[in-house]
Write a protein that binds this ligand. Structure first.
Ligand code: GDP
Length: 468
C-alpha cells in the first residue's frame, strides 16, 4: 500500500468511530494497525503503537463521555502515536551563515577594530546506496539553502559511477550553484578533500559532498565512506535512503550507521508509489531524524520533514504552519501583505485576506499538489487529481477572493454567515458556483481555527491535533 492510500485508510479508520463504543474502538485500532503493516512498517513497532493506543484509551477516555468528545480524544491519541513513530527526538545540526558568525573586536575607544571569522563552513556529507537519490538530493538541498541566502558549493566525490560528475555538474549549472569535481582523479578521498578545501578557502557557508554508492552494501563502500569522513570531518552526515524499498531499509540503515554514523536522513521518492513504512521503521530503529523528504524528480521537490506536519498531511488535516514556513522561504520579508499575515498568525488570526495572500504567494512556488496537501480539507481532493487540475482549483479560489470587497477580505469570514447574499454576489463576480465560494470560506475557517490552536501551542499548552 502506498503512502497516499495509508492516509486515506487512517482517515477512514478514524472517521468510522461514531458512538465510540468498545467494538468501534477495537475495529479502529485494528484498521490502523493493518494499514501500517501493509505500508511495511515493522511489526514490532506496530505492536508497540497498538499497545500504547490501547493504554492511552484506557487512561484518557471515560466511558461516559459523548461520542464527539471521545472521537476528538481518539484522534489526538492516534495523532500523537503516529508522530511518535516518525519522531526521533533528535535535533540535527543547523547550518549558520559565516557572515553571522563574525565577531567584531572592539578598539580602546569602543570603535569597531577588526572583523574575525570564528567558525568553519558547515560540511554535509551524503551517503547511501547507488540509485537512492544522492546526487539529485545534493542539488535539491543546495538549492533549498541557496534560496535561504546561504553561500553553498557542491562537491562530487563519486568517482565510482561513470557520469556521476556530469550529472551533478548539469544539475548545479541549472540551479546556479558552484561545483567541484574531477574527470581524471580516481581517488574519491582526494577529490572530496580538494573540493572542501577550495570552498572553505572561499568562505562558503555550506559545502555538500556527494559520495559514491554501490549496488550492494559492500565493505569497500563502507571503507571509502570512513576514509572520506576522516579526511573532510563533516559537520553533518546525511544518509539518503530510497523511501520505496520496504523492509530492506532497516538493515541498510543499520549497516550505514555502523560505518558512517550518519546523524540525519533524507527519504527520497516519497511521491507516487512509495510505501514509506519500511523507511519509517528504519528511522525508528536507528533513532535518527529524517530532515527532508524527496517528493519528485524536480529540483524543487524537497520538503522539510517535521513529524507533526507529516502526520497532519497523512491524516488530511492540513498543516498551516508548514504552509506559512514554505511561503517564508520565498524571502518575502519585505512584502507588506506577507508581513501582515505573519502578524495575524502570531495573534492566532487568519482572515480571508491572509488566505488570499498565501494562495497568491504559493502559486509562485509549485509543485502545487505538495502545497495543496498543507491546506486543510484539500488533500483529499488533491490526491485524486493531477497537478493541472490542482492548479486550476487554486486559481479558482484566488478568483473568488479577488471578487470580495476589502471589508470582506479583512474579516474573519463571519460576515458571510450574517449576510449570505454576499456569497451569491461573490460567486457571480468570480463566475463560479455558490458552493465553491462556500468551500473557500470553509477552508479559511479551518485555517483560522488552526492559527488559533497554533497560538495555544506556542503558548506552551502542548500539541494539538487541531482541525481534525
Ligand atoms: P544516486 O545514485 O544515489 O546519486 O541517485 P540519483 O540522484 O542519480 O537518483 C536515482 C534516480 O532516482 C533518478 O532517476 C532520480 O531522478 C530519481 N529520484 C531521486 N529522488 C527522487 C524523488 O524524490 N522522487 C522521485 N520520483 N524520483 C527521485
Amino acid at each position: 500500500m502506498v503512502l497516499a492510500d495509508l492516509g486515506s485508510r487512517l482517515r477512514g479508520a478514524l472517521s468510522s468511530v461514531e458512538s465510540g463504543d468498545e467494538k468501534e474502538i477495537q475495529n479502529m485500532v485494528k484498521d490502523i494497525c493493518s494499514a501500517l503493516l501493509e505500508t511495511d512498517v515493522n511489526i514490532k513497532l506496530v505492536a508497540r503503537l497498538r499497545d500504547n493506543i490501547k493504554e492511552k484509551i484506557k487512561t484518557q477516555i471515560n466511558d461516559n463521555e459523548g461520542g464527539s468528545n471521545k472521537r476528538k480524544k481518539l484522534q489526538k491519541i492516534v495523532f500523537d502515536e503516529l508522530c511518535g513513530l516518525v519522531d526521533s527526538h533528535e535535533e540535527p545540526p543547523k547550518p549558520k551563515k559565516l557572515s553571522h558568525k563574525q565577531q567584531t573586536t572592539r578598539g580602546a575607544k569602543g570603535g569597531a577594530k577588526a572583523t574575525k571569522v570564528t567558525s568553519d563552513s558547515h560540511i554535509i556529507m551524503l551517503v547511501g546506496l547507488q540509485g537512492a537519490g544522492k546526487t539529485t538530493s545534493a542539488t535539491k538541498l543546495a538549492l533549498y539553502y541557496k534560496k535561504r541566502g546561504f553561500k553553498i558549493g557542491l562537491v562530487c566525490a563519486d568517482t565510482f559511477r561513470a557520469g556521476a560528475f556530469d550529472q551533478l555538474k548539469q544539475n548545479a549549472i541549472k540551479s546556479g550553484i558552484p561545483y567541484y569535481g574531477s574527470y581524471v582523479e580516481t581517488d574519491p578521498v582526494k577529490v572530496a578533500h580538494d573540493g572542501v578545501q577550495k570552498f572553505k578557502q572561499e568562505k562558503f557557508d555550506i559545502i555538500i559532498v556527494d559520495t559514491s554508492g554501490r549496488h550492494k552494501q559492500e565493505q569497500s563502500l563502507f571503507n571509502e565512506m570512513i576514509q572520506i569522513s576522516k579526511m573532510i570531518q563533516p559537520t553533518q552526515t546525511i544518509m539518503v535512503m530510497d523511501g520505496s524499498i520496504g523492509q530492506a531499509a532497516e538493515s541498510q540503515a543499520k549497516a550505514f550507521k555502523e560505518s558512517s554514523d550518519f546523524g540525519s536522513i533524507i527519504l527520497t521518492k516519497m511521491d507516487g508509489h512509495a510505501k514509506g513504512g519500511g523507511a519509517i521503521s528504519a528511522v525508528a530503529a536507528t533513532r535518527t531524524p529524517i530532515v527532508f523528504i524527496g517528493t519528485g524528480e524536480h529540483v524543487g521537490d524537497l520538503e522539510v520533514f517535521k513529524p507533526s506536519s507529516f502526520v497532519s498531511k497523512l491524516l488530511g488535516i492540513g498543516d498551516i504552519q508548514s504552509l506559512i514556513e514554505h511561503v517564508q522561504s520565498l524571502n518575502l520579508q519585505d512584502d507588506e501583505s506577507h508581513k501582515k499575515t505573519m502578524e495575524n498568525f502570531k495573534e492566532g488570526k487568519f482572515t480571508l485576506r491572509d488566505f488570499q495572500t498565501q494562495m497568491n504567494n504559493f502559486m509562485k512556488m509549485g509543485p502545487l499538489t505538495n502545497i495543496a496537501s498543507m491546506i486543510p480539507g484539500m488533500s483529499n481532493i488533491m490526491s485524486q487529481v493531477g497537478e493541472e487540475e490542482t492548479s486550476s482549483k487554486i486559481k479558482n479560489m484566488i478568483y473568488i477572493m479577488d471578487s470580495m470587497t476589502t471589508k470582506e477580505l479583512d474579516s474573519d469570514g463571519r460576515i458571510f454567515i450574517d449576510e449570505p447574499e454576499r456569497i451569491v454576489r461573490v460567486a457571480r463576480g468570480a463566475g463560479c458556483a455558490v458552493v465553491e465560494v462556500e468551500m473557500v470560506l470553509q477552508q479559511q475557517r479551518l485555517m483560522s481555527s488552526m492559527a488559533a490552536s497554533a497560538k495555544t501551542m506556542n503558548a506552551g499548552q502542548g500539541p494539538q491535533a487541531g482541525g481534525m
